[in-house]
Design a protein around this ligand. Sequence first.
Ligand SMILES: CC(C)(COP(=O)(O)OP(=O)(O)OC[C@H]1O[C@@H](n2cnc3c(N)ncnc32)[C@H](O)[C@@H]1OP(=O)(O)O)[C@@H](O)C(=O)NCCC(=O)NCCS
Length: 176
Amino acid sequence: MSELRTGRLVLRQWRDSDLDPFAALNADPEVMRHFPGTLSREQSDDLARAIVTAIDALGWGLWAVEVQGGPEFIGFVGLAEPGFEAHFTPAVEVGWRLAREHWGHGYATEAAQAAIDFGFDELELPEIVSMTTPQNVRSRRVMERLGMTRDPCDDFDHPRIPDGPLRRHVLYRLKR
Ligand SMILES: CC(C)(COP(=O)(O)OP(=O)(O)OC[C@H]1O[C@@H](n2cnc3c(N)ncnc32)[C@H](O)[C@@H]1OP(=O)(O)O)[C@@H](O)C(=O)NCCC(=O)NCCS
């Protein structure tokens, strides 16, 4: 299992002690503003278990993010294969979700850069994508800081999200 280190962060496999702070951030309407809803404790634990299983199987995934010498769990950042079909799949995406109190420090971009480097250098991926709703400006800014670019021709309706204002998605791409 790969553990990644950056100047300030460790991206690592999850621990049981991550489940409480993960449930708290998944229950925060501000964190989940661009998703269909907040998650219950059970949904949050199920998601964490699925992420842990994927990391165990592949050696990489949506790592738990720890600040060195600071909070042991601030959220997740990493790589995942979208579990749905779209014009750009199969693909590997880079994604992130941090607790509100840890926004505004550059942690998401720093961790995502390490995940991207791992994807290109170790997995030798030809391309990494990222996606969100057009309104999720903070997330789009992370994508842009990472050098990812969006072509409006790639915009798509997310097949897992019901009809409504969150269905339309923008796609960002980065080539190796
Ligand atoms: C998307 C999300 C991860 C972005 O977090 P973020 O903290 O804004 O992103 P970054 O880590 O890139 O931090 C950048 C900010 O840190 C600031 N910053 C402070 N210290 C910094 C440092 N040492 N280095 C870099 N940036 C620093 C930057 O100025 C910038 O602030 P600004 O947005 O006010 O201009 C976060 O908003 C989130 O978890 N959202 C909810 C989940 C979500 O929507 N996920 C995406 C679904 S697709």
